[in-house]
Design a binder for this molecule. Structure first.
Ligand code: UN1
Length: 498
């Protein structure tokens, strides 16, 4: 166990408390008796200070050559690697995910650093012929300005890295507002950015609640761009506020991702995929598999195997290397998942396994919920349509491939999707017909890699993608430059016509 940390805000290169002096607590979700950290309960005045620092730093940071900016991000990657184990232990303790997954969270940050470090020497634009003689045309990427990054607790290192690293390489300055469940993880991460040599004000950290800090950021006239990952409900509010104040906004929101298993699939492979997709990270990923669409010919056999394996999953603290499924993040989330079980009962779904919180023995002081599988679910039920964000998997039976795809698409969300089939034609039909930002063939719905676009259609987002080179489109604006070296006025569309 690590001694409780005293976390602070990081503004203009200095670590300071909230101006009000108020603090909040972060506790281990596997055992809430354990205090992990205290952190500032910041407000509008702290946001003002961070915005002022970021605005000032932007004036010089945007002029630092992109390869030099990117080298600092490379250094953050090196430091993440160096501190990987310490940070992983902290993630497991503060967020609750099993230690192997916590290491993966940091690895995603390292991958992101290496990718974006290279981007500093690309940031490609276009050159293209002009329609006029003696005239040159090209495009260049310009930074947007000061970016507010509002991040969730489920990937406390990876998601801030996804956002901050491309934003900084592109020449923006940033203010990170991490989730109030994982303030210590954010603190350690920002310490590494500091150690990597980022100048004062280029990256700032303001801790606190969404209602206070998040709200102040999205309303602030000094913020040019908001990148938000969270629920679709909050995302709609963020989008509306940004619309009113003319901010750029990138939204990564909910999912109700499905895995289809056809009768021709490799069932053992599909089983491994379903278990990992549904119960990895305790179902607390926006890419989590929350619907399993099974062809009726294999449904009974597949369900029996799934139950046998689900029963054996080991619940426990993220810091215990034997743990396969950690706790939920907090009591509100535990209540939410429990509430969906009440809804499931009322809707006539059948609980095949789990269905309750787990308060036995050592687990009694944590927010544990049993891995749960619901049968007799139809696509119109609330449990089949709404994001639960917990270890709850619903089974839906279908008679054909066409029906499977129609059921998969019958959701307001469109993030990740998966089809298990050995039929090549079906695989290609799935790639074409599924309405989602990510489709896996013979792989689970979770596990996106950082050099490819990440995001979804419908209520999952607002048309943007994170990660890979797609992130550059969020964090830059195109400038088109024309250079006329003819020495005379040349009127496009006119002087080159008879
Ligand atoms: C999220 O849950 O918001 O694809 C991100 C995945 C991870 C990222 C999930 N690489 O499951």
């Amino acid at each position: 166990m690590i001694a409780p940390l005293t976390c602070q805000n990081y503004i203009n290169g200095g670590w300071i408390p909230a101006q009000s002096g108020a603090t909040l607590e972060s506790r281990n979700p596997a055992d809430w008796r354990e205090l992990v950290a205290t952190f500032p309960k910041s407000g509008a005045a702290d946001v003002d200070a961070a915005v002022a620092a970021a605005r000032k730093a932007y004036r010089t940071w945007r002029l630092v050559p992109a390869p030099a900016r990117a080298e600092m991000i490379y250094r953050v990657g090196e430091l993440l690697l160096q501190h990987k184990e310490k940070l992983a232990q902290l993630i497991a303790q503060e967020m609750g995910k099993p230690i192997t997954e916590a290491r993966g969270d940091i690895q995603e940050g390292i991958d992101c650093a290496l990718y974006n470090a290279g981007e500093g020497r690309r940031l490609f634009g276009q050159t293209t012929p002009s329609e006029m003689p003696n005239k040159f045309a090209m495009t260049v990427r310009m930074p947007v300005g000061v970016c507010a990054l509002i991040t969730p607790w489920n990937f406390p290192v990876a998601i801030p890295c996804w956002k901050a690293m491309p934003a900084l390489v592109c020449g923006n300055t940033v203010i990170l507002k991490p989730a109030k469940d994982t303030p210590a993880c954010a603190t350690l991460l920002i310490q590494l950015f500091q150690e990597a040599g980022l100048p004062a004000g280029v990256i700032n950290l303001v801790q606190g609640s969404g209602e206070e800090v998040g709200r102040a950021l999205i309303e602030h006239p000094g913020i040019d761009l908001v990148s938000f990952t969270g629920s679709s409900r909050t995302g709609a509010e963020v989008g509306a506020a940004c619309g009113r104040t003319h901010k750029r906004v990138c939204l990564e929101l909910g999912g109700k991702n499905a895995q289809v298993v056809m009768e021709d699939a490799d069932l053992e492979l599909a089983l491994e995929g379903a278990l990992w997709g549904a119960f990895g990270t305790t179902g607390q990923r926006c890419t989590t598999t929350s619907r399993l669409i099974l062809h009726r010919d294999i449904k009974d056999e597949f369900t029996a195997k799934l139950l046998e394996r689900t029963q054996k999953l080991r619940l426990g603290s993220g810091t215990d290397p034997l743990t396969e499924v950690g706790p939920l993040i907090n009591s509100a989330q535990l209540q939410r998942v429990s509430h969906y079980l009440e809804i499931a009962h009322a809707e006539g779904a059948k609980v095949l396994i789990g269905g309750e919180k787990n308060s036995k023995g050592e687990l009694q002081h944590g927010y544990f919920f049993q891995p749960t599988i619901l049968d007799k679910v139809s696509p119109d039920m609330q449990v089949a349509r709404e994001e639960i964000f917990g270890p709850v998997l619903v089974l839906i039976e279908v008679k054909s491939f066409e029906e499977a795809i129609a059921v998969l698409n019958d959701t307001p969300y469109g993030l990740s999707s998966s089809v298990y089939t050995c039929n090549l034609n079906r695989a290609f039909q799935a790639m074409r017909d599924i309405e989602a930002g990510i489709t896996y063939i013979n792989g689970p719905t979770i596990g996106a890699e950082v050099h490819l676009p990440f995001g979804g259609v419908k209520q999952t987002g607002n048309g943007h993608r994170e990660a890979g080179s797609a992130a550059l489109d969020v964090f830059t604006e195109w400038k088109t430059v024309y250079v006329d070296f003819s020495g005379s006025l040349q009127r496009a569309q006119i002087d080159n016509r008879a």
